[in-house]
Design a protein around this ligand. Structure first.
Ligand code: PRT
Length: 106
């Protein structure tokens, strides 16, 4: 399942030297962080609308757009999906309720 994430991450890295005329990703990089953040925000909003609309296929489509743009954001910051997967792995098995309570104690 991570194959596609690794492949996409490699493509996003390679696009750092690509032509913004021919590459959507290179265009986003060239537009800068605020433009990438704007797309992440838009895709998050479209995900909310899709979820409220109740059409499962549309929700998957919008979440794919959201994940894609967050991967562009990570790449722009020198990060990648493996960093996020490592964080999720670190959290694995720790209940959110327990984790939140431990934050209050410290
Ligand atoms: N997975 C994606 C992917 N998902 C979504 N998108 C693009 O993200 C944009 C989403 O924008 P919106 O949904 O807001 O639609 P829009 O209104 O057309 O967009 P805007 O005019 O608002 O920018 C569209 O242009 C989609 O085509 C993607 N573009 C590229 N990829 C991957 O990135 C690779 C590199 O792409 P290029 O850099 O373009 O070669 C591709 O081979 C794909 O694997």
């Amino acid at each position: 399942m991570n194959d596609i994430l690794d492949k996409l991450a490699a493509t996003l890295e390679a696009r750092k030297g690509a032509n913004p005329e021919t590459s959507y990703v290179a265009r986003l990089y060239a537009q800068g962080l605020d433009a990438i953040l704007k797309k992440v925000g838009e895709e998050a909003a479209e995900t909310l609308i899709a979820a409220k609309g109740g059409e499962r296929g549309q929700l998957v489509y919008e979440v794919a757009d959201l994940w894609f743009h967050t991967l562009v954001l990570l790449a722009s910051q020198g990060l990648g999906p493996r960093d996020v997967l490592a964080e999720l792995a670190r959290r694995e098995g720790v209940s959110g309720i327990v984790e939140k309570a431990s934050r209050r104690e410290s």
